[in-house]
Each structure stands twice: as structure tokens, then as C-alpha cells.
Ligand binder design. Structure first.
Ligand SMILES: *Cc1c(COP(=O)(O)O)cnc(C)c1O
Length: 429
């Protein structure tokens, strides 16, 4: 069935609506989607695309899921929203219990935020307030690695890759410390040299550093790089040695994507503060959370209150669907699904290595990456993917996928085959 979206509607969209990272005068074509079911998006003209993006890491159980729909409908009949100041409710309590249960043991306190970026803002505020309360107010800055991505608001921008997407704001961002991105690949043998610059920076500046912030094991939107768990282990040890808090941003990696429920499990370690988001609601609604240890929470609280409180904090609809999504995860099928997806992507993306314009093909958990020698031209590559029947949205030199966990092997093979065909076409031009 063809949807009622008209050419005029699309023209209106082009002239009046910002899309992520777009220009209002030099627009890309926008593809109108009218339905999403399982692992497929339906376009207004009736075509169906196999979705390789899971709506930016989030739709892990697929679209239009009966269990998630049911949870939302049930909650909607009771209340869509109520303020969280001075009021509490079952959906928030239930979800907090589940999060505390699933995440590493030391994380015992939960702050509900309305997006990933806001959860990172809150994590940074927690770290700064912690040191004020602990009598060390000079510890205000952050230490991180290059090639990271932590969100688009100002504090997260100040710890994103300085050569990345936020260069327009140079000079306006908090002045933080950066060291080279981790150089030890996921499967590589560890050498203490790999942590030397990080250690030297901590040694020299720890009195000014409140926290280290990292994406554990997988650097996501900053470069799709996988690094050694040994690096993270050493970071944890050095943070303890130099009295600096560790914030782990699990917004992209959390809830199974890396092959572990949380990527920090690869290093058998846990942070003082952790951010989760993206897949938290199974891709249904915007919700994120910042968890911290009792030590962090109680120290901050000995000196006043945590200064944050968004209007839509702990929205009951979002909490109820998140709760249902975590229950689906707790059934445990995700583990075998992610292993299967990894094996299929490994096998089906491997032929891309033969192309001259391909620098690297790598897979970890349910994340598959084909790194090209040159940045792609989105105006060329996006229509090629749609013609090939898949939804893949590259950035820079990276063609990458993170399918819904429920994707059948056959669909995953089709998805990878489409990537092979498109990359092969680019290789010829
Ligand atoms: C997407 C992302 C964010 C930002 O989350 P939003 O919900 O887009 O604000 C932060 N950190 C990481 C690692 C992410 O992948």
C-alpha cells in the first residue's frame, strides 16, 4: 500500500525541518518511512529495506514488537507523564531495580536523563560536585582519548574528538586533556607502552582532573574503533592510583551490542559513574540514565544536592517500555543472536577486504565495520544502498552496521551482500 505522503510534503520537509547534521540549503534526499516492523523499514512507495542501523544502535529487538507495544499501551492508560520532583512511580522504581541488577555491582544509584548527551552532562556534573564535596575543588577537568564521541551538547562536545564534528565550537568548549586514542587493537597483545601517554598525563595533571571519561572497548561515532580490554583495565588502575573518577559511556555499547551485556565486562572492571541510553528503551522513546556508586552519591550528598532535574525526568512511558525491553534482554536470547550476527558479518563482509578502496573490515559483537580509504559521498552512496534494498548510513570513511539482534542470518547475509555490491561499485568509479 502506498502512503499518502505527497511530493509537497517532502518539499515542505526540505524547506522547513532540520534533520541530524544537515544544511537547510544543500539538502540530501530524505526517504519517507511509513512503517517499521521487525528488521524492515517500509518506504512511502511501498519498498521495504532491511535495516542495518537499528535506528542508531537502539532498536535491538526490532520494530513494532508486541511486548514493547503492550508495555507502552498499558502505561498509557494509567499516565503518560507526571513530574518527578517530589513524586515517584512504579515504572521508575521497577526500571531502576533492573538497571542496578544488570550493571556492575558497585553502581547503586540511578539518575534518569532524557537523552544520552544529558546523561553525560549529568555524569560530568557528578564528578565535579564529588570533588567539591570531597574538599578538592581544583579537580574540575576531564581526561579522555581522541576519536571519542559523547554527545552534542556543550559538556559532551568538550570530550569528543577535537578533530571531529564539533570544530566550529573550538575556543568555546571546556578545556580538557586529550591523549591519543587507544592504539592496542581488541585482539592485540598488551604492552605497557600503550598506556604511557595516558599515565604521564595523569601523573602531571591529576590534581586538576575530576574524572576520566571513555567509551569502553568500542569507540563509536568518533571512528568505530575496537580496543584492548587491557587498556581499560589499566585505566581503572591508574584512576585509582591517582584519585580520579572513571566515567564509562556505555550509551552505544550497553545492553549487549559489544557481545557483553556491558562492554566494561570485557575488562572485568566497573566505573564510578556509567551512562546508558540508546538501546535502553529498545529504540521506542528517548531515555538515558547515569548510574553511580554509593561512594560518589553519598559524597555529593554530604555537601548538598545534585544540581540537575529535567522536566521530563523518568517519563513513565519511557520507563515502562525500557523495563519491558530489559526484561526481553534478561531472557538471554541476545547472547546467541549476537554471536550469530558476529559470525555472519565476519564471513559476509570479509570479501570486501579484496577491494583497493577498503582499508579494514572489522567485527565485534553485533557491530560490523568496513573502513574505506576515502570519505564517502552521501549523495552517491545513500541512494545505492536504498536501491540495493537496505538501510545503511555511513559517515566519513566508515560503512558500518549494527543490526537489530533479532535479524535472521539470511537477512544479515543480504545486508552484507548489499554492502559488498555498493563498495564494489564505489571501487570502480
Ligand atoms: C549517541 C551517543 C551519545 C549521545 O546520545 P544522544 O541520545 O544522541 O544525546 C553519547 N555517547 C555515546 C557513546 C553515544 O554513542
Amino acid at each position: 500500500m502506498v502512503d499518502t505522503l505527497t511530493a509537497e510534503d517532502l518539499d515542505f520537509d526540505r524547506q522547513h525541518i532540520w534533520h541530524p547534521y544537515t544544511s537547510m540549503t544543500n539538502c540530501y534526499e530524505m526517504y519517507p518511512v511509513t512503517r517499521a516492523d521487525g528488521v524492515r523499514l517500509t518506504l512511502a512507495d511501498g519498498r521495504q529495506l532491511i535495516d542495518g542501523m537499528a535506528s542508531w544502535w537502539s532498536a535491538i529487538h526490532g520494530y513494532n514488537h508486541p511486548v514493547l507495544n503492550h508495555a507502552l499501551q498499558q502505561q498509557l492508560e494509567k499516565m503518560a507523564h507526571v513530574m518527578f520532583g517530589g513524586i515517584t512511580h512504579q515504572p521508575a522504581i521497577q526500571l531502576a531495580k533492573q538497571l542496578i541488577d544488570m550493571t556492575p555491582e558497585p553502581l547503586q544509584q540511578v539518575f534518569f536523563a532524557d537523552s544520552g548527551s544529558v546523561s553525560v552532562e549529568v555524569a560530568i556534573k557528578m564528578a565535579i560536585q564529588y570533588w567539591v564535596a570531597a574538599g578538592q575543588p581544583k579537580k574540575k577537568r576531564l581526561l579522555t582519548v581522541k576519536k571519542g564521541y559523547h554527545g552534542d551538547t556543550f559538556a559532551p562536545m568538550s570530550v569528543c574528538d577535537p578533530e571531529g564534528m564539533h570544530e566550529h565550537f573550538a575556543g568555546m568548549l571546556l578545556d580538557n586533556y586529550f591523549v591519543e586514542a587507544p592504539q592496542c587493537g581488541f585482539h592485540e597483545n598488551w604492552q605497557e607502552d600503550y598506556i604511557a601517554e595516558f599515565k604521564a598525563t595523569l601523573e602531571q595533571h591529576h590534581q586538576a582532573i575530576a574524572a576520566v571519561i571513555l567509551e569502553p572497548i568500542v569507540q563509536n561515532a568518533g571512528g568505530m574503533r575496537f580496543y584492548s580490554p587491557a587498556y581499560l583495565k589499566r585505566v581503572r588502575e591508574l584512576c585509582d592510583e591517582y584519585q580520579v573518577l572513571l566515567i564509562l559511556d556505555e550509551i552505544a555499547t550497553g545492553f549487549g551490542r559489544s557481545g557483553k551485556l556491558f562492554a566494561c565486562e570485557y575488562a572485568d572492571t566497573s566505573p564510578d559513574i556509567m551512562c546508558v541510553g540508546k538501546a535502553l528503551t529498545g529504540g521506542y522513546m528517548t531515555l538515558a540514565a547515569t548510574l553511580c556508586t554509593q561512594q560518589v552519591a553519598h559524597t555529593i550528598s554530604s555537601h548538598g544536592v545534585l544540581m540537575h532535574g529535567p522536566t521530563f525526568m523518568a517519563n513513565p512511558l519511557a520507563c515502562s517500555v525500557a523495563s519491558a525491553s530489559l526484561q526481553l534482554l534478561q531472557l538471554g536470547h541476545w547472547q546467541a543472536q549476537v554471536v550469530q550476527l558476529a559470525a555472519t558479518m565476519e564471513a559476509s563482509l570479509a570479501p570486501c577486504r579484496a577491494f583497493a578502496n577498503v582499508v579494514d573490515v572489522r567485527v565485534l559483537g553485533a557491530i560490523g565495520v568496513v573502513e574505506l580509504a576515502q570519505p564517502v559521498d552521501m549523495k552517491v552512496i545513500q541512494p545505492l544502498f536504498v536501491e540495493a534494498g537496505v538501510w545503511v548510513r555511513p559517515f566519513g570513511k566508515l560503512v558500518y552496521i549494527m543490526p537489530p539482534y533479532i535479524m535472521e542470518q539470511e537477512d544479515c547475509q543480504l545486508l552484507c551482500k548489499a554492502i559488498y555490491q555498493v563498495v564494489s561499485k564505489l571501487n570502480k568509479v
